[in-house]
Design a protein around this ligand. Structure first.
Ligand code: FAD
Length: 419
């Protein structure tokens, strides 16, 4: 586009003000960001530029609806998804994606740029990203190709199959959406056209839009509650009697819990940088409720390992599973890892892929090897506690413990409320 990229490092306000001075820029234009750190950063830039009489122009782009635009009838932000989604459908429709400009204005004198190689951001040893290459191609072109392919194909199966980790029928657009390589507007209008056309893809397209609105909802929540990544939205959960230890956390992280669907998910995460949504819910429930480990530990691990790690989606989703979120699953709904496995991985294909030491176990034993007859285990080459771990907790017992822990905070809440 006839322009250049200028690379600089340092405190954002200082660096931007420096570039403005060197280039003679009259204004700075950015896309509005909603993460608490980014909001503070942009405020600092705004102040630094204001002192020089230069405007910081912030435009929407990351979200379909600005948080200020979606409010209840008495002007408050929504805390429950369904009315939020209804309000979005009734609001001014999101703008259609616009084409990239053909050229950009350039300064007479170019500010100096640092060299990316000098930053030594990535030495390539060990090459953590090697196994991601066949699965994920960063960049706008790859993202738009994926969106087009999804809307052309898998979206028709999306409503029926989106909960099946073995089938991979979701869009896998989350990293592209997170990094701004694909806009939610392109998703919204692309799917909207299919929904209106009313063919076989219509129902899947509607469901896909509903998921894009969960992203929206999470971001709006983060704006109204910037502590979402650290503190429970429902304050009574601050006193939750957590128990789990470091060793239990480590076994969960490594995918060595003895529950095949949990281990498959955690190993998928480690080797591919992603994890299917249904399995994210199962592993999160297992960490929080079966192991009684604080959700923030799981949130941190996902943050470090997910390609789509996103402050708003990650924290809102962890709080959803924990029951402490704004619009959360009721605490007592505890995922049973065996029945979840049987239902959503009905042939065991997902577990076979990521837990190869169980690959020769037939259904239904692959989801609960500790109940398999001795001869079935022998024929499949599985020795419990040797080739594959024994379950680290008994789910039935763990469920009772979790419910008792919940009763404790409920009782304390009622006492405080009554006092
Ligand atoms: P699709 O099913 O194709 O959905 C389309 C888009 O909608 C996604 O790309 C995503 O942007 C959005 N979306 C879908 N489901 C959700 C949801 N539940 N909440 C918010 N947005 C959603 N998603 C992230 O992008 N980053 C995270 O860090 C993240 N952490 C999560 C942690 C837990 C414990 C759980 C249960 C879910 C988390 N999710 C997160 C939400 C969801 O799992 C992923 O967005 C989804 O799996 C991405 O796959 P996809 O692009 O194929 O989704």
């Amino acid at each position: 586009m006839g322009s250049r990229l200028v690379l600089r490092r340092g405190p954002a306000a200082e660096v931007i003000a420096g570039i403005v001075a060197e280039s003679g820029a009259a204004a700075v234009t950015v896309t509005r960001d909603y993460e608490p750190l980014a909001v503070r950063r942009d405020e600092a830039i705004h102040e630094a530029l204001g002192e020089r009489g230069v405007a910081l122009r912030r435009y929407p782009g990351r979200l379909l609806f600005e948080p200020e635009a979606i409010r209840t009838s008495d002007g408050r932000p929504y805390r429950v998804y369904s009315p939020f989604a209804r309000a979005c459908h009734l609001a001014e429709p999101p703008r259609r994606p616009i084409a990239a400009p053909k050229e950009l204005a350039t300064p007479d004198v170019w500010p100096q740029s640092e060299r990316l190689a000098d930053w030594r951001l990535y030495e390539g040893r060990p090459d953590w990203a090697k196994s991601f290459e066949p699965l994920w191609q960063p960049g706008e072109a790859a993202g738009l190709t994926r969106l087009a392919a999804f809307l052309d194909g898998d979206v028709a199966r999306y409503r029926a199959e989106r909960d099946r980790p073995d089938l991979q029928s979701t869009s896998r657009l989350s990293p592209h959406l997170h990094f701004g390589e694909v806009s939610p507007h392109a998703c919204w209008h692309g799917a909207g056209a299919l929904a209106e056309a009313g063919g076989t893809a219509a129902s899947g397209a509607e469901k896909f839009r509903a998921e894009v609105l969960w992203r929206e909802f999470s971001h709006h929540l983060l704006v109204q509650f910037p502590d979402l990544p650290e503190k429970p939205f429902r304050s009574e959960f601050a006193a939750f009697p957590w128990e789990g230890d470091k060793e239990a956390l480590r076994r969960w992280q490594k995918g060595a819990t003895g529950y095949p669907i949990v281990d498959a998910g955690m190993r998928e995460l480690w080797t591919t940088g992603t994890m299917h949504n249904r399995v994210r819910m199962i592993v999160a429930s297992f960490l929080i409720k079966d192991l009684l480990i604080p959700w923030q530990e799981g949130e941190r691990w996902f943050w470090d390992t997910l390609l789509d790690a996103d402050l708003a989606n990650n924290s809102a989703s962890w709080q959803w599973v924990a029951g402490s979120g704004a619009d959360a699953a009721p605490y007592f709904r505890i995922f049973n890892p065996v029945t979840q496995g049987l239902k959503f991985d009905p042939d065991g294909a997902y577990v076979r892929r990521f837990v190869p030491e169980l690959a020769r176990l037939p259904m239904p034993h692959i989801h609960e090897p500790w109940r398999a007859p001795k001869e079935v285990l022998e024929a499949a080459g599985v020795t419990l506690a040797k080739s594959y771990p024994w379950p680290m907790v008994d789910h039935g017992e763990a469920r009772k413990r979790a419910l008792a822990a919940f009763e404790e905070i409920k009782a304390a809440g009622e006492r405080d409320g009554g006092a």
